[in-house]
Design a binder for this molecule. Structure first.
Ligand SMILES: [Zn+2]
Length: 369
């Protein structure tokens, strides 16, 4: 450990309350404590959940720091940190990704239930008040402390920052979603919502052996882009009558409907439609309805009669982070992941970045400090 931080500060974009403009503040840096890693941020992409938090749709302490899809370069290692979760050695200068959350030590959820991502007291980067020490714990800034009980992975050199940054949220989440969906060779998968999660989901479904992926989205631009990420057929649920939509899906998913339906659009009303499109014995996975109050009316008799499996995914298991990195490395020539990050902004322009991401002018806005 070297004294690298004495008297130094780092800039962070802080917002006072929901929808208030970000202001750049300086906070002191300190040496990383045992188990911590101090990282100089290379890129942080704006996730839909950052926008939900910023707009006040879900509770987030203020004045707050946002940003959890982050990659960075190791500035200093705290005592006891020598290698990443795969056992690869870590050293200052290494470019890394890490889990979007950290857990408060050993607990029942981790050790008995194998659900560390839902441990009581689990906290996320970019979800804490700016006043919380060590201040630098979000992506919209120059530095971030990776706290103990996080999972770190060193990034291969040939992976671009654009390919690497969404791995620890968007990609890992869809690895978890497609894992619980249990997608098998030759199956048909229907994806409701062709934003970033939907596109990764389609690509991963194909990599897991899906025969056909159908994508539903009301935005023409998203439907056009989807073909490059493994979606074979796109449909606009707003312009096709429900019975006709169901007919078209059945024609592709012969004889009885889709094996798997994945919700990543965040609109609870689509759940009933998704259940209709499933075959007997199919699986429905919810991953987009992340805000409380997503009330919906469904015919529970359909769940019973069609022998359906209904699964929810929130956060992901640490193993999914390893799989996410390996998936992107193995498939970066097959799918143009680099192009998904289509807007880059310096830290001073974080307000423009949030505005463009919020109005969907860009698919994934990146803050490059
Ligand atoms: Zn996210």
């Amino acid at each position: 450990m070297t004294i690298t931080t004495k008297g130094r500060t780092g800039r962070i974009a802080v917002y006072e309350q929901a929808n208030a403009p970000f202001r750049i503040r300086e906070y002191p840096l300190r040496e990383p404590e045992p188990g911590e890693v101090l990282v100089r941020i290379r890129m942080s992409t704006i996730c839909r959940s950052d926008i939900h938090s910023y707009q006040g749709h879900r509770p987030n302490p203020c004045p707050g720091v946002l940003g959890h899809e982050i990659i960075g370069v190791i500035e200093a290692l705290g005592a006891g940190v020598h290698q990443d979760m795969r056992g690869d050695p870590l050293a200052p200068g290494d470019r890394i990704t890490w889990s979007e959350y950290f857990i408060p030590g050993r607990n029942y959820f981790t050790e008995v239930l194998d659900l560390p991502q839902k441990s009581p007291g689990v906290d996320k980067y970019g979800h804490m008040a700016a006043a919380n020490l060590p201040h630098h714990h979000g992506g919209f800034g120059e530095y971030c402390y990776i706290l103990p009980q996080s999972w770190i992975l060193r990034l291969p050199e040939d992976l671009s920052d654009e390919e690497a940054t969404p791995i620890n949220c968007g990609v890992a989440t869809m690895i978890a979603v497609t894992e619980v969906a249990n997608i098998r060779m030759g199956q048909t998968v229907l994806v409701q919502g062709l934003g970033l999660l939907g596109l990764y989901g389609a690509a991963i479904a194909k990599a897991r052996g899906a025969r056909t992926v159908i994508g539903l989205d009301t935005v023409a631009e998203r439907r056009e882009r989807a073909h490059r990420f493994g979606v074979d057929l796109v449909l606009d649920p707003a312009s096709i009558e429900q019975a006709e939509l169901l007919h078209q899906v059945r024609e592709v998913c012969r004889p009885a409907g889709a094996d798997v339906v994945i919700e990543v659009c965040g609109v609870a009303e689509v759940i009933a439609q998704g259940i209709e499109m499933l075959r007997v014995g199919g699986t429905y996975v919810l991953a987009g309805v992340v805000n409380p109050g997503a009330l919906v009316t469904i015919d529970a008799n359909l769940l019973l009669r069609k022998l359906l499996t209904l699964r929810g995914v929130h956060n992901y298991h640490p193993r999914n982070l390893v799989e996410a990195l390996d998936f992107v490395v193995a498939n970066r020539r097959r799918f143009p992941f680099h192009d998904l990050v289509d807007g880059k902004y310096p830290l001073d322009r974080v307000n423009d970045a949030m505005a463009d991401a919020g109005t969907r002018r860009v698919l994934r806005a990146a803050i490059v400090p």
